[in-house]
Design a binder for this molecule. Structure first.
Ligand code: XLS
Ligand code: NI
Ligand code: NI
Length: 445
């Protein structure tokens, strides 16, 4: 069978473009909430959500785990050479993006192109695939949300990339970041991500942490300067994660990364890419890490997935929890949107999910969960008493001594005198249950 979109082999036969059919439909291959052109406030759902499919989990990860090999048989892997496999994989990827009708995708250099230890060969491989991707983008209108380099799979990076104690490895990592930046610029990507793969340590006994972090900052500075010099005007993004693969990852969570960026004067060019499952691994909620980044004006993009409440590792499941997506979209709407970032499904179907169709079902579910989260969050912000109730808790800072305090007009002795005059503060309930009920009320509207 030939592919409607490329004229080549069809990799997902029997599945057409996914339509919006609404909640009344039982068609598993239709959107129930995500209606790309429907307006929520002043933007369409597509403009608010800016969905991206990730190349690595969707087309490269066949489901291997530490206990056994992959379970999914990818037809694009049934070719003799790395080159023909890469070409076929790209055909499959663009067929998938088009059928799902997502505007963006994200990639690592070596998801797309065959890796090579020889620097020149590696660069040539990537350039060839970038040229092909560019053609496909022009033919389909699909764009890159962000690009990145895989600085964690090759054994040379076992002790880290930019933070490796061996300068030869640091320089080799620059080869990939330079090439991946060029690829991102060539493909019109609006952001470039650094997830700190193995930037961290397994033991502090053999590690000079301060020194490694200084090297990391220097490396990022150089990447920024190179990116700007080749016309990259978008955001550089750091993606926090507290552990895995290393025992301790340097980009632990939003707060840690914000502090690091400010310490090194990188916060003008770098923002954060927050991944739900990384936030929960750090002992936070997804919403918490989003809020911290947003409060600093540094929330750049989101890796949309979820963990598992019973597991302590990065399960990278597709988001299905409405409570989570409402919380996330409240933060996103309050900051006026994510653009030029978006919602990238850094998520994989389960090892037991082996049908080609499962990749569609997973993305449809994730997109519907975020679309519904958007609707509910918008309702909460524009129709419910939520914002007013929340603001009212702080009313004592709006006038009088409270306002003087905020403006820095008081000293500590003034606070003492105020308290002495005022007597014991009246008890004010936090009313958490009222807020929780309000969210559930809007979820069921
Ligand atoms: C791994 C990360 C990775 C980044 C891109 O945990 O989430 O997939 O998003 O390198
Ligand atoms: Ni992850
Ligand atoms: Ni991620």
């Amino acid at each position: 069978m030939s592919n409607l979109f490329t004229g080549k082999r069809e990799y997902f036969p029997g599945i057409g473009r996914i339509p919006f059919e609404g909640v009344g439909s039982d068609n598993p291959l239709a959107y129930k909430h995500y209606d790309a052109t429907r307006k929520i406030g002043d933007k369409t759902m597509a403009e608010h959500l800016r969905f991206a499919v990730c190349y690595w989990h969707s087309f490269c990860n066949s489901g291997g785990d530490p206990f056994g090999p992959g379970t999914r048989r990818f037809p694009w892997d049934e070719h003799d050479t790395a080159t023909t496999r890469a070409d076929a994989r790209m055909d499959a990827a663009f067929e998938f993006f088009t059928k799902l009708d997502v505007p963006y995708y994200c990639f690592h250099d070596i998801d797309m192109a065959p890796d090579a230890e020889d620097v020149g060969e590696y660069e040539k491989n990537l350039r060839r695939m970038v040229a092909m991707a560019k053609e496909r983008q022009e033919a389909t209108g699909i764009k890159v949300l962000w690009g990145t380099a895989n600085l964690f799979s090759h054994p040379r990076y076992m002790n880290g990339a930019a933070t490796n104690p061996d300068f030869a490895v640091v320089a080799r990592a620059a080869v990939q970041v330079k090439a991946a930046l060029e690829a991102t610029v060539e493909l019109g990507g609006s952001s470039y991500v650094f997830w700190g793969g193995r930037e961290g340590y397994s033991s502090l006994h053999n590690t000079q942490m301060k020194r490694e972090l200084e090297h990391f900052a220097r490396f990022l500075e150089m990447a920024r300067d190179y990116g700007r010099s080749i016309g990259f005007n978008g955001n550089f993004l750091i993606e926090p994660k507290p552990m895995e693969p290393m025992k301790h990852q340097y980009d632990f969570d939003s707060s840690t990364v914000v502090g690091f960026l400010k310490q090194h004067g990188l916060d003008k060019d770098f923002k954060l890419n927050i991944e739900a499952n990384h936030a929960t691994l750090a002992g936070h909620t997804f919403e918490h890490d989003l809020q911290v980044a947003s409060d600093h004006g540094l929330l750049g993009s989101v890796d949309a997935n979820r963990g598992n409440a019973q597991n302590g590792w990065d399960t990278d499941q597709f988001p299905t929890d409405l409570y989570d997506t409402v919380g996330a979209m409240l933060v996103v709407l309050r900051q006026g949107g994510l653009a030029p970032g978006g919602l990238n499904f850094d998520a994989k179907v389960r090892r037991e999910s082996t049908d080609a169709e499962d990749l569609f079902l997973a993305h449809i579910g994730g997109m519907d969960t975020f679309a519904r989260g958007l609707e509910v969050a918008h309702g909460l912000l524009t129709q419910s008493p939520l914002e007013h109730q929340r603001a009212k808790r702080y009313v004592s800072f709006e006038a009088g001594a409270g306002s003087d305090f905020v403006q820095g007009k008081l000293g500590f002795a003034d606070l003492r005198d105020y308290a002495a005059r005022n007597g014991e503060p009246v008890q004010l309930s936090g009313k958490q249950e009222r807020y929780e009920n309000l969210i559930n009320q809007y979820l069921s509207r």
